[in-house]
Ligand binder design. Structure first.
Ligand code: MRU
Length: 371
């Protein structure tokens, strides 16, 4: 994606230094565009925990690079293959404990450990982890590009059926290129439609408490010149009810094989309002976000609970500095649930790299028969 007309991915290997991984510090956006260096597996662990990098597909790829950095560290800190493997496995477990909900995290780590396990020497294992992380990054880009192509058809069909020539799309949180490696999931069909000359306008729900919609999605859309309007999360129902939305597209952090979609907190309320107003509600994600072991999203998906301070304070820019201010009575307790589950019955369809299907086990497995 372009930032000030220069192409970026959300994560990459530093030019001329394969031992450094670079990312965009999302905690500074939209005010400052800063690049962070990840030099150790602990840097990756910290970045995922503190959400300087975030979004399910990006977390999965970053964790894979985290295993690669752990393998480099293991080479300098250990003496034999047994202690090398012990070191890498300890870091893998630490990476897995950073965030519980996005299944891509566990998928990315397991893919990388599997790639390493095929080789016998330390240098071969390091190479395997590096190649695996690069492959996961490239595969994610390709998946998101394909999601854009499949989702475009939905937007084109809506355009044909409307008298006005603008298609209004509502999204929640940031399922854009920052959350992935490029293109995004929910945003990929929007970018593709825009490139094809279809007029789109995006309603961006702010997505309290971390405001990924207001700060990240709005910034991304602005960089690409796509008309958009930020609304409070509470206004989502209103715009759906007033006929101001043609289509809802969100991302997902973990979807069961039965089509229950777990996504950023607030998605469920948006899905309910979409259903009540007969507005199509799609979830777009690569298959790395599908948890093939789970059937009941509500009972089985672990929901991250984050620090209550994220609810009580809000971050913004004041006199060129990024500051946090207290919103609530100092002593009032707060709860910070990170995600919710939208049951499959509220989901019109899911958009994946293999195509679009209904949100049920039969349709999902038809797209992915090997699973
Ligand atoms: O907590 P975050 O910011 O890592 O949340 C993840 C998300 O951005 C979303 O829920 C997103 O819509 C799905 S990931 C493309």
């Amino acid at each position: 994606m372009l930032v000030n007309s220069k192409h970026y991915r959300s994560i990459w290997v530093k030019d001329n230094d394969k031992r450094v991984i670079q990312t965009i510090d999302q905690s500074k956006l939209p005010h400052y565009f800063e690049i962070s260096d990840l030099k150790t597996s602990d840097d990756v662990i910290h970045a995922i925990k503190e959400m300087t990098l975030r979004g399910a597909p990006l977390i999965g790829v970053a964790a894979s690079y985290g295993i690669y950095l752990a393998a480099l560290e293991a080479k300098s800190e250990t003496v034999d293959i047994v202690s090398f493997e012990k070191f890498v496995n300890t870091k893998a477990n630490e990476l897995k404990s950073t965030r519980p909900t996005a299944v891509n995290l566990f998928w990315g780590i397991d893919q990388t450990l599997k790639a390493i396990s095929k080789y016998n020497t330390i240098d071969e294992k390091i190479n395997a982890s590096f190649n695996c992380a690069n492959k996961l990054a490239n595969d994610d880009i390709e998946s998101c590009r394909k999601i854009g192509g499949f989702g475009l058809k939905i937007i084109e069909d809506i355009k044909k059926s409307k008298s006005s020539d603008i298609v209004n799309i509502l999204t929640h949180c940031n399922a854009g290129w920052l959350a992935c490696i490029d293109y995004g999931t929910a945003t990929s069909p929007i970018y593709t439609a825009h490139e094809k000359g279809i007029k789109v306008h995006v309603w961006v729900e702010e997505t309290r408490p971390r405001n990924q919609g207001a700060s990240l999605t709005a910034w991304e859309l602005g960089q690409t010149g796509i008309p958009h309007t930020i609304i409070t999360d509470n206004a989502g129902g209103y715009v759906l009810q007033k006929g101001l939305v043609d289509l809802v597209i969100v991302g997902s952090d973990r979807t069961t094989c039965t089509g229950d979609v777990c996504n950023k907190i607030g998605t469920y309320k948006t899905a309910l309002a979409a259903k009540d107003n007969d507005i199509p509600f799609y979830a777009a994600f690569p298959s790395s976000s599908i948890d093939w072991t789970l059937k009941n999203g509500l009972n089985e998906i672990p929901i991250e609970e984050r620090d209550a301070e994220e609810v009580k304070f809000i971050q913004g820019k004041y006199k060129n500095e990024i500051v946090k201010v207290l919103l609530t009575p100092q002593d009032s307790p707060a709860k910070n649930f990170g995600f919710d589950v939208t049951p499959s019955r509220l989901v019109t369809g899911i958009i994946t790299e293999r195509g679009i299907c209904e949100a049920n086990e039969k349709s999902i497995r038809e797209l992915f028969p090997e699973k």
